[in-house]
Every structure is written in structure tokens, then in C-alpha cells.
Design a protein around this ligand. Structure first.
Ligand code: ATP
Length: 284
């Protein structure tokens, strides 16, 4: 199989099972949103895929070959670090040249271009960067390394609205210039909904969803109307949440609608990814 294949992965911290026998694939040339509540296991999963943390069981392969202790396969995977791996005293411009020396095909031109778009002061020392600029430096590096599978762990943490826009545009541009896979974990779902081609949702230590954004949105509905009629229409459906305002009720559905005739008083509309996520991950 082409791409990253995660098979029967188990990760425990002492007795806590963070990832419970999960299996799924990450395909070439797609932009994934990796979603999950705080503590769901997104960072842990990305660190295992990048071979920085070990699993208790299971395997991760890239194009059918194990990534574990395999430098050749690992050179095709890049994960932005949540811990600060760069020396504090490094000036940003020296940091960029240093990284360009390590990665022979590092896109130095793009790096310089992004640095200017983000108005990054390359004379600053890494250790003195603000939270936002710390994220920006890591994101710039991630967009310029020559890897085929790039994992960005909360890349927009601390970025202001303008710089989040710069980041999204840079991502779209570099992807269209050189399609490769990006896996982005974030809590700001409404902003990436239009960028990601696919969505992975982790809940209760399992992969709840791994599907195209298009398919997911096509199967997500809000059914609104008088409570009794809404409940009657949706009784056989996969209700993931509901809201009421007086006698009017909305039931949120994920999955197929039934063939029953839709009552005149009931309206059905699609819901956005953010609303779907909140309802799906809110349930016990
Ligand atoms: N080194 C560790 N030792 C013990 N428990 C850990 C360790 N690392 C992570 N955990 C636990 O594993 C779970 C998953 O953590 P992880 O950081 O992967 O979640 P996340 O989905 O990235 O969360 P967030 O969105 O809050 O960043 C959490 O309950 C966390 O406390």
C-alpha cells in the first residue's frame, strides 16, 4: 500500500490506554485535519508515527516498509516539535541556514519569502521569540523541508488572525506547487475546514472517523422543527446531539437519512465541521 499504514497501534502510559488498537491509513498528497478533544492522543499519535515515541503494540509502515529505526523512511516524514529543539542562542537566520545544510533540498527561497510575509525578524534569537513567532518559525521550517509526510502539531498556536491567514495561504500555495501530505492538528476547526481534504477524528482512544471532508459534510445534518415531529422523523437515525429553543428542536444527525417522507414543518440542512465535531465528541 502507498502511504502510511497504522496497524493495531496501542499506546499506554502506565495503566492509561491513550490509543487502543487503532488502524488507519494516511494517503499521499492529501491535507488532513487531525481532530480530537484536549488529551485525546493527537500528539502521541504523531510522535509514534515519527518514531519519537514508542508504541506498546502495533506497527507503522510507509509504502509497506517499517518506519521504526529506519532512517530512510523517517527522512520522508517530518514532525514539528512541541518541545523547543533549537538552541535558544541561535539567531533565526543562522537557524534557517543550519537547517538548510541538514536538509539538502530545503526550500530556502520559500523560507525567506515566508519569513518576510510573516514579518519575522531573523536577527532575533530563537529563545527570545514570542509564542506566536515560535510557532511561525516551526511552521516555516515544516513548509520548506523536503519530506513527503509533514505533521504539524497545532501550527497556529498563538498566531494572530492575520498570521493565521498567512499560514493557510502559504500551505495552500506550497501544496499546489508540490503536492504532499500534511497532517494538521488544531482546535480551530472552522478555519481549516475549507483547506483540509480529509478528516481524522480521535475519540475514546479510537479513530472515530477517517474520511474525506466532502463525504463527512454530506452525511451531517440538522433536522429542525416542532420537537415531536423532529423526534418522530429522526427516531431511527444516528442522532449525535440536539438543541431546543422553546418548542422548536434541532436534532443533529451523522449518517444516512431515512426514506420516510419529511413532514412539511421540518427542515433539513447540512451542518459545518465545527458543529459536527462538537456534537460527535461531546457524547459520552
Ligand atoms: N509522557 C507522558 N506520560 C504520561 N502521560 C502522558 C504522557 N504524554 C501524554 N500523556 C497523556 O496521554 C494523553 C494524550 O496526550 P496527547 O498530548 O497526545 O493529547 P492531545 O490530543 O495532543 O491533546 P491537546 O489537544 O490537549 O494537545 C493525555 O491524557 C496525556 O496526559
Amino acid at each position: 500500500m502507498e502511504g502510511i499504514e497504522i496497524k493495531n497501534l496501542v499506546k499506554k502510559f502506565r495503566k492509561d490506554i491513550v490509543l487502543d488498537d487503532i488502524s488507519f491509513n494516511i494517503e499521499p498528497e492529501k491535507i488532513y485535519g487531525l481532530l480530537g478533544r484536549n488529551g485525546a492522543g493527537k500528539s502521541t499519535l504523531m510522535n509514534i508515527i515519527a518514531d519519537r515515541k514508542f508504541s506498546n503494540h502495533g506497527s507503522v509502515t510507509l509504502d509497506g516498509i517499517t518506519i521504526h529505526d529506519n532512517d530512510e523512511q523517517l527522512s520522508r516524514i517530518y514532525l514539528t516539535s512541541e518541545v523547543d529543539v533549537y538552541p535558544d542562542r541561535f539567531k533565526i537566520k543562522d537557524l534557517f541556514s543550519w537547517i538548510a545544510d541538514i536538509y539538502k533540498e530545503f526550500d530556502y527561497d520559500l523560507c525567506k519569502k515566508l519569513s518576510s510575509e510573516f514579518k519575522l525578524n531573523e536577527d532575533s534569537k530563537f529563545g527570545n521569540l514570542s509564542t506566536g513567532y515560535n510557532s511561525i518559525v516551526k511552521a516555516i521550517v515544516a513548509l520548506c523541508v523536503p519530506a513527503d509526510y509533514i505533521f504539524l502539531d497545532e501550527p497556529i498556536l498563538g498566531l494572530d488572525a492575520k498570521n493565521r491567514d498567512v499560514f493557510y495561504n502559504a500551505l495552500i500555495q506550497t501544496y499546489s506547487d508540490r503536492p504532499r501530505t500534511f497532517v494538521i492538528s488544531t482546535h480551530i476547526i472552522e478555519e481549516i475546514a475549507n483547506i483540509i481534504s480529509d478528516v481524522i477524528v480521535i475519540k475514546d482512544s479510537k479513530v472515530l472517523i477517517n474520511d474525506s471532508t466532502e463525504n463527512i459534510l454530506k452525511s451531517s445534518y440538522e433536522v429542525t422543527g416542532p420537537a415531536a415531529e423532529v423526534d418522530r422523523y429522526t427516531e431511527d437515525l444516528n442522532i449525535i446531539g440536539s438543541e431546543s429553543l422553546g418548542k422548536i428542536k434541532s436534532n443533529y444527525i451523522f449518517g444516512d437519512l431515512n426514506d420516510k417522507p419529511i413532514p412539511d414543518t421540518v427542515t433539513i440542512s447540512n451542518i459545518d465541521l465545527q458543529k459536527l465535531f462538537v456534537n460527535l465528541t461531546d457524547r459520552e
